[in-house]
Design a protein around this ligand. Structure first.
Ligand SMILES: [Zn+2]
Length: 331
């Protein structure tokens, strides 16, 4: 199922116009409300009427170091009382980054997670076993809100003991599983140790992320649990899980929801764009985020752009799975 057919299958030209309008809004919003961006934009840009895509390329990247320097809430574009939620990034060394969300940000996030779940194979009325950690980490509450938006029933397992999780998988027979790939295997192995066949739990799909995983691991998980397993990508600095998702049709890259996130892929040494299909660092700009707009955020994740039409019908371009982080970002 495609959750938001109008947006997700929009022709590229119209999608670009949506991006253009939202990028213009983001740049104005960030400039007016975040001193860090005001300084950067005013120093680098002369006219506001320029093509916002060209305008954007003149703004320096935002790095983790910049976020740490503004700790805890220096990047906020709204007064604190307008925040409805706080999460933090795990941080790759040093202080974590604190991220704030307005009500609209939370709604946009639920929307992209609902789209992601649908791409993985979820339908309204399905049940989701959500074993992502609920707390400051964005996985648990992120998947939770998106599943509710889609019309699913959520079982909020979070960090409940693995034996208990296996019991509930067997007893409730949910269609969907959300957790890290290694935990999906752990659940299957725990079930097998107890003499159960995990395939009898009736799971149909698994939406896995928050750690790198291989095709071999996908095959092991699919075989052990009898599911279709897809990779979900996201990072709290940008919003959380749901920035990009593999579709169950192709499983050959992750559709980035380009109406909400603008992609650049650059050479990590020079910052110049790399040719389509070449591995480079993913740089993201949020297009509709109120509380903490991010302009040209360097994710540290190495991906390549896949710019070919997908069998699923979605027109949003794909990125390859994150297989590596740039050297200085490694833990
Ligand atoms: Zn697809």
């Amino acid at each position: 199922m495609i959750w938001d057919r109008a947006m997700e299958t929009m022709d590229r030209q119209r999608l670009q116009r949506v991006q253009e309008m939202r990028l213009r809004w983001t740049l104005n919003w960030a400039r007016e409300r975040v001193p860090f961006y005001r300084n950067r934009i005013d120093r680098n840009i002369s006219s506001e009427d320029k093509d916002p895509f060209v305008f954007l390329k003149n703004i320096p990247f935002t790095t983790n170091t910049d976020l740490r320097r503004q700790y805890p809430l220096g990047f906020l574009a709204v007064p604190r009382h307008e925040l409805r939620r706080i999460h933090t990034s795990s941080g790759t060394g040093g202080k974590p980054t604190i991220v704030g969300y307005t009500a609209r940000d939370l709604s946009m996030w639920a929307e992209v997670v609902a789209r992601s779940l649908a791409a993985a194979g979820a339908l309204p009325g399905h049940m989701l076993h959500n074993a992502y950690d609920y707390g400051l980490f964005t996985g648990g509450l992120g998947l939770h809100a998106g599943a509710e938006r889609l019309g699913m029933t959520v079982i909020p397992l979070s960090g409940a003991g693995t034996e208990r999780q296996v019991e509930l998988l067997r007893d409730l027979q949910p269609q969907g599983l959300a957790c890290t790939p290694s935990y999906a295997l752990n659940l299957a192995e725990t079930g097998m140790r107890r003499g159960e066949d995990p395939k009898s739990w009736g799971l149909k799909f698994a939406i896995l992320g928050a750690e790198p995983w291989s095709e071999t691991m996908r095959q092991r998980i699919e075989l052990a649990l009898g599911v279709s397993a897809v990779d979900i990508y996201g990072l709290s600095e940008i919003t959380g899980p749901g920035v990009a998702i593999e579709c169950s049709h192709a499983k050959d890259g992750l559709h980035v929801f380009e109406d909400f996130f603008y992609i650049e892929i650059v050479d990590p040494r020079t910052g110049d764009p790399v040719p389509t299909g070449t591995l480079g660092e993913l740089v993201l700009t949020t297009l509709a985020k109120e509380a903490m707009p991010m302009v040209r955020y360097r994710t540290g994740d190495m991906v390549s752009l896949i710019d070919t039409p997908c069998a699923c019908g979605r027109t949003h371009r794909k990125i390859s799975r994150v297989v590596d982080r740039r050297p200085e970002e490694r833990n």
